[in-house]
Design a protein around this ligand. Structure first.
Ligand code: SF4
Length: 247
């Protein structure tokens, strides 16, 4: 590891800590949700995690040190196989995230980063030696559609997808399937080819869009049917992926 564990004093905005989850990485895991997100996805089911800064209510978000967070996670140690740090987008607080990861590794936890991929390669180089893997959302490979959905460009997401696949640091990739709006075939085909070329064992999760609890613009959109999902699953399997999961 290239950086030393020292001076772990930075504070970060933590939304909540979920003691146990079996759907956020392999095994039973504790999930740490950091506050703040760089995207504004129309289908976000956790919009309360997006804001970061002066609009925060102290009742819902706490400013905590890495050591304080680790002390809470240690209470669950006997029952979990690891910790997943999620959001919002956890890399929006990069220095706190780095210190938190180092503090967790000091206690020998398996640590995964759940991310929308919107961070630069320099940060990837810094955090990569400290984590056991990444869980990455790829929302759309079409730049215009991505911007319309999230408010932001997808260039860094795709750079990270390619780099993580080459480095085999991906634990899981997810794409939410929204019929008649996103070019799902293009995105699933692109992601599958990248993964198949470098890390075909990576789990690729295709998640049905669900209209409840989303912003008004997305309320009228329909869920993909079984046939559409199976067609996308076939594209991923035909590309050579070993684990394709429909959710
Ligand atoms: S990246 Fe995730 S948390 Fe952020 S707005 Fe999109 S769906 Fe919500």
């Amino acid at each position: 590891m290239s950086e030393q564990v020292q001076n772990l004093s930075l504070m970060g905005y933590v939304r909540r800590i979920l003691p146990f989850s079996s759907v956020d990485g392999p095994g039973n895991r504790t999930i740490i949700f950091l506050q703040g997100c760089s995207f504004r996805c129309g289908y976000c089911h956790n919009p309360e995690t997006i804001a970061l800064g002066s609009v925060l209510s102290t009742d819902e978000v706490s400013l905590r040190s890495p050591e304080d967070v680790v002390q809470e996670v240690l209470k669950y140690r006997l029952f979990i196989s690891g910790v997943t740090i999620s959001g919002g987008e956890c890399t929006l607080q990069p220095e706190f995230l780095l210190d938190l990861v180092k503090a967790l590794k000091k206690e020998n936890f398996n640590v995964l980063i759940d991310t929308n991929g919107d961070f630069d390669q320099a940060f990837y180089e810094r955090i990569r030696p400290w984590v056991d893997g990444f869980m990455l959302d790829v929302k759309s490979v079409n730049p215009e559609a991505h911007k319309e959905l999230t408010g932001e460009d997808n260039q860094r997401v795709l750079e990270n997808l390619n780099r993580m696949a080459q480095d085999r640091t991906l634990c899981e990739v997810r794409t939410v399937i929204v019929p008649e709006w996103l070019d799902n075939t293009h995105t699933v085909s692109y992601v599958s080819k990248v993964l198949a070329a470098h890390a075909p064992e990576t789990r690729y999760k295709l998640i049905r869009f669900r209209p409840h609890g989303v912003v008004a613009q997305f309320k009228g959109k329909t869920m993909p049917n079984h046939t559409e999902m199976e067609k996308l699953e076939k594209i991923a399997l035909d590309a050579g992926l070993k684990q394709v999961i429909l959710v």
